[in-house]
Design a binder for this molecule. Structure first.
Ligand SMILES: Nc1nc2c(c(=O)[nH]1)N[C@H]1C(S)=C(S)[C@@H](COP(=O)(O)O)O[C@H]1N2
Ligand SMILES: [Mo]
Length: 512
C-alpha cells in the first residue's frame, strides 16, 4: 500500500519534471524547474555552505547540487503520493506549492519573461492529472489493511496488475520525455559548431616562448601551462551559457565619452595580443588547485576603453556576462599598463565554452571573481560607490590583490618516504608582483631557501624545489613564498572568505 503510494507519487512528480523538460526546449535555458531552482539556490547559497561545497567537491559542485535536488524531489514526490486521497488532495496541494517555487525561480532568472513559467505550469498540470488518475485506480484495486476488499479478490489481482502496468508506462514516458527534453535543449543552443568554425587571428604581439627552465625537473609537479581540459572551472552557471559569435556583442558604456558596441567581427580590425597568465580563484584553500596558467589571446581592455573615452571620476568597470554574473574591477588594474585582456583564445584554441566562449576578461593580479567575467557582454565604466559585483554583494571583498602563496605538490601529504634525499617541490604565485623566494621548514627548524625555476613573468606562477635530506621519523613540512614587493606570505591561517585564504601549506610525511 505505502509502496504503491510512494511509486505513484514518484511517477506523478516525474511527469511534472519530464513534461517541463520538454516544454523548456522552445522556452529557453534555465526555464525547466530543476535548472531554475538550482540557479536560484546558487545565487542565494550562504557563503559558508558554498565554500564547504567548493572545498569538498571542487568542480563537481554542480553535479552535487543536481543530486541533492533530485533527492529532495524524490522525497517530496513520495510524500505527495502518500498523502493524496480522492477526497483530500493533500499531495496535489504539496505539488502545487513546489510548482509555485519553480515558477518564481524561473521567472526571476536573468532575462526571463513570463514564458519562463510555462514549463513548470504545463508540467504541473500534466503531473496533477496523472496523480489524480493513478490515485483513482489505486483506490479501486488496492485492498487497504484490515479492510474488506471492495472487489472480489481475483479481479482485484487483475486490476492490480493493470495498475502496475499503467504506473510503469507513465513512468517510462515521463523519463523518456525528460531525457529527450534535456538532449534537445543541449542541442538547441549548442555553439560547438560555431566555435569550431572560428579562425583565431595571429597575435600582433605573440607571447614570449615558454622556456624549459620554468619547470622544475620533479615528477608530480603540474605542467607550467595548464591544458584547457585540465583548467579549473568555477562559475555560477548550472548550464553553460551558449553564446554564438554571431549573437555576441560587447557594449562599453557608463562614464565614457561615447558608448560603443562591438560585434565579434569588429574585433578583427583590432590588435590582438597574446600573454601567458596565471588565474586563481578566491575560493582556493591553502594548498588547493583552483589555479591554472594559460596562453591567452585577446585584446587589451585599455585600448577598448580608450576607444570609448573614460571620463574623469570613474574608478571601476562593472563587467556583466550573458547570464548576469558581474565583476567590479578597479579601473586602475585595467589601465595601468598590465596586460588586462578581453580574451577570445586559450592555449591556441577559441575559448572552450565552459571557459567563456566567445569572449571573457583576464586580468593579471586579481582573483577571478573580481575580474575574469566569462561570456562577457557588457562593460560599464562606473564607480565603486555606485555598483557592486556579484560576489562583492554577497559579502566578499570589494577589491584586493591575489595573496602571495606557495603550494607543496610533492611529496603528497601522508607519504611514506625512504631516508635520504627527497625532492620537496611545488608552485608559488603572487600575480603581478612576482615570486622572488620560496622557503621550506622541516618541523620547527629554520626556514631554508628552495631553488626557484626560471621566472616566466610576474603574472605567472613559479615552480620551486627543496632538496631535503630526510631523516627517519614523522615530519611536518611547510612552505612560504616571498613576492616581488618583499612581502613574505603570512602565517596567519584564514579561510577563503572574504578575500582569499592564507597560512602556510603543510604536509606530514613518515620517513623510514
Ligand atoms: N560569467 C561568469 N564569469 C565568471 C564567473 C561566473 O560565475 N560567471 N566566476 C568567476 C570566478 S569566481 C573565477 S575564479 C573565474 C574562473 O574561470 P575559469 O572557470 O575559466 O577557471 O571565472 C570568473 N568568471
Ligand atoms: Mo573564483
Amino acid at each position: 500500500m505505502t509502496g504503491l503510494r510512494v511509486a505513484l507519487g514518484i511517477v506523478s512528480a516525474g511527469t511534472i519534471l519530464g513534461v517541463a523538460e520538454l516544454v523548456s526546449v522552445p522556452v529557453g535555458p534555465n526555464s525547466a524547474p530543476l535548472d531554475a531552482v538550482g540557479s536560484a539556490v546558487v545565487d542565494n547559497t550562504p557563503q559558508g555552505l558554498r565554500e564547504w561545497v567548493i572545498g569538498t567537491f571542487g568542480t563537481n559542485d554542480k553535479l552535487v547540487l543536481y543530486v541533492v535536488m533530485i533527492l529532495v524531489a524524490v522525497g517530496v514526490a513520495a510524500a505527495g503520493g502518500s498523502w493524496e486521497r480522492r477526497g483530500r488532495p493533500y499531495g496535489s496541494a504539496l505539488f502545487v506549492v513546489f510548482g509555485v517555487v519553480g515558477v518564481v525561480a524561473a521567472c526571476t532568472r536573468a532575462h526571463a519573461g513570463w514564458t519562463a513559467a510555462l514549463p513548470t505550469v504545463i508540467g504541473c498540470g500534466c503531473g496533477l492529472l496523472v496523480l489524480r488518475w493513478l490515485v483513482r485506480h489505486a483506490d479501486a484495486v488496492v485492498v487497504s489493511d484490515g479492510e474488506k476488499p471492495a472487489v472480489p479478490v481475483e479481479s482485484a489481482r487483475r486490476g492490480r496488475r493493470r495498475f502496475l502496468g499503467e504506473l510503469a508506462g507513465v513512468g517510462a514516458l515521463a523519463l523518456a520525455g525528460g531525457v529527450a527534453g534535456r538532449l534537445l535543449a543541449l542541442r538547441a543552443g549548442d555553439v560547438s559548431g560555431d566555435r569550431a568554425a572560428v579562425r583565431l587571428p595571429a597575435p600582433a604581439e605573440p607571447a614570449a616562448p615558454v622556456p624549459a627552465a620554468v619547470e622544475a625537473p620533479v615528477p608530480g609537479l603540474p605542467s607550467f601551462v595548464t591544458s584547457n581540459s585540465g583548467f579549473y572551472r568555477v562559475d555560477t552557471a548550472l548550464s553553460v551559457p551558449q553564446l554564438s559569435t554571431g549573437d555576441w556583442m560587447l557594449r562599453i558604456h557608463g562614464m565614457v565619452d561615447r558608448e560603443i558596441t562591438l560585434s565579434y567581427a569588429d574585433l578583427a580590425a583590432r590588435r590582438p595580443i597574446e600573454r601567458v597568465m596565471t588565474m586563481t580563484c578566491v575560493s582556493n584553500p591553502v594548498g588547493g588547485n583552483l589555479i591554472g596558467t594559460a596562453r591567452w589571446l585577446g585584446y587589451r581592455v585599455a585600448d577598448l576603453l580608450a576607444e570609448a573615452g573614460v571620463r574623469p571620476g570613474a574608478d571601476m568597470v562593472l563587467s556583466t556576462s550573458v547570464d548576469d554574473f558581474t565583476a567590479g574591477t578597479p579601473l586602475a588594474a585595467l589601465t595601468d599598463g598590465r596586460d588586462a585582456m578581453l580574451a577570445i583564445g586559450m592555449n591556441g584554441e577559441p575559448l572552450p565554452v565552459p571557459h567563456g566562449f566567445p569572449a571573457r576578461l583576464v586580468v593579471p593580479g586579481l582573483y577571478g571573481y573580481l575580474s575574469a567575467t566569462k561570456w562577457v557582454v557588457d562593460l560599464e565604466v562606473t564607480r565603486f560607490d555606485r555598483a557592486r559585483g556579484y560576489w562583492a554583494r554577497r559579502g566578499w571583498a570589494v577589491s584586493g590583490p591575489i595573496k602571495t602563496e606557495a603550494r607543496i605538490d610533492v611529496p603528497k601529504s601522508a607519504a611514506a618516504l625512504a631516508p635520504g634525499p627527497v625532492a620537496v617541490a611545488g608552485i608559488a604565485w603572487a600575480q603581478h608582483r612576482g615570486v622572488t623566494a620560496v622557503e621550506v621548514q622541516i618541523d620547527d627548524g629554520d626556514w631554508k631557501p628552495a631553488e626557484l625555476s626560471a621566472e616566466y613573468s610576474i603574472d605567472t606562477w613559479r615552480q620551486w624545489v627543496y632538496r631535503w635530506d630526510a631523516t627517519p621519523g614523522k615530519h611536518t613540512v611547510r612552505a612560504r613564498a616571498t613576492d616581488g614587493t618583499g612581502v613574505v606570505q603570512t602565517a596567519e591561517n584564514r579561510g577563503t572568505v572574504p578575500d582569499g585564504a592564507s597560512g602556510y601549506p603543510a604536509i606530514s610525511v613518515r620517513v623510514g
